[in-house]
Design a protein around this ligand. Structure first.
Ligand SMILES: [Zn+2]
Length: 271
């Protein structure tokens, strides 16, 4: 699986023991002009299901060939009215890991190998923020925030690294830039409140028939397994909407989860 222990964020204070109504966070990944037609299909489904809040994960320049901030039609689409509330999150910059020159990989050898394994087998080369650090990380985040703000008309409420892969420099950089929310494979993190909460995520893989079948089976198991979990995430990707069986699995999953939980925004789980 894609889980790595070092992803987890912990803050010094103990978790509060509030009993809250079980909740569901819905996000739409890879919001870019490159996926405009698929995103329209995703919105049709979300509207039909009556979902009240969705986080849109904006990619400023998908694979270096879709600069969203230079696309007036896309900006108009981003700002258009929807039957649900949208929270805009930044989601990488290129959503593609740029290969470093040979010999440029820094850090311990074991960590370099771990990163290579993660980026090769877990992300199909899309772990953009896995190895970006220091000034480069700060610059890329600042450029992304500027792009999102120009396109949508408001600053990002959060940042989610592509494939949920990042490194230890990300949290301090987000804190410096005043970005409130982030998440990893295991948790949702509120940097303003300095709280991290466990939140399993259900997602679908669309790249091959085998992955599509296994992700449908997994989603059916997970939506039962996590019935009692206080906070569950559902993460949708544009590629899901090319496959009617996946769309059906998404609809069933969101419906099943909503049987005992409400859809919230990222600030809602503090309640
Ligand atoms: Zn993504």
């Amino acid at each position: 699986m894609t889980h790595r222990d070092d992803d987890r964020v912990s803050f010094a204070q103990p978790q509060r023991k509030n009993v809250v109504q079980p909740a569901l966070l819905v996000s739409l990944h890879d919001v870019t002009p490159a996926h405009a037609a698929r995103l329209a299909r995703a919105e049709q489904l979300l509207s039909a299901l009556g979902v009240s809040e969705v986080a849109y994960l904006y990619v400023p320049d998908f694979h270096g060939r879709a600069p969203a901030h230079r696309d007036p039609a896309f900006a108009a689409w981003c700002r258009s009215a929807r039957p649900f509330r949208v929270q805009w999150f930044l989601h990488g910059y290129y959503h593609l890991e740029r290969r470093e020159p040979r010999g440029a990989v820094s850090g311990r050898r074991s960590s370099a190998i771990g990163h290579w394994l993660a980026r090769t087998f877990l992300t199909d080369g899309e772990g953009e923020f896995l190895s970006v650090s220091g000034r480069d990380l700060q610059d890329r985040l600042e450029s992304g925030i500027a792009s999102l703000t120009a396109t949508t008309g408001s600053a990002p409420e959060g940042f989610v690294p592509p494939a949920w892969l990042s490194n230890a420099d990300l949290i301090p950089a987000l804190e410096r830039l005043g970005v409130r929310f982030t998440e990893n494979h295991f948790q949702v993190v509120d940097l303003r409140a300095r709280r991290a909460v466990a939140a399993p995520v259900i997602t679908w893989a669309s790249r091959s028939a085998g992955r599509r079948t296994s992700s449908r089976l997994l989603a059916a198991a997970e939506r039962r397994l996590w019935t009692r979990h206080p906070l569950v995430r559902v993460a949708l990707h544009p590629g899901d909407f090319d496959h009617p069986h996946l769309v059906d699995s998404i609809a069933r999953t969101i419906d099943a989860l909503r049987a005992n939980r409400r859809v919230i925004g990222y600030a809602g789980w503090q309640a």
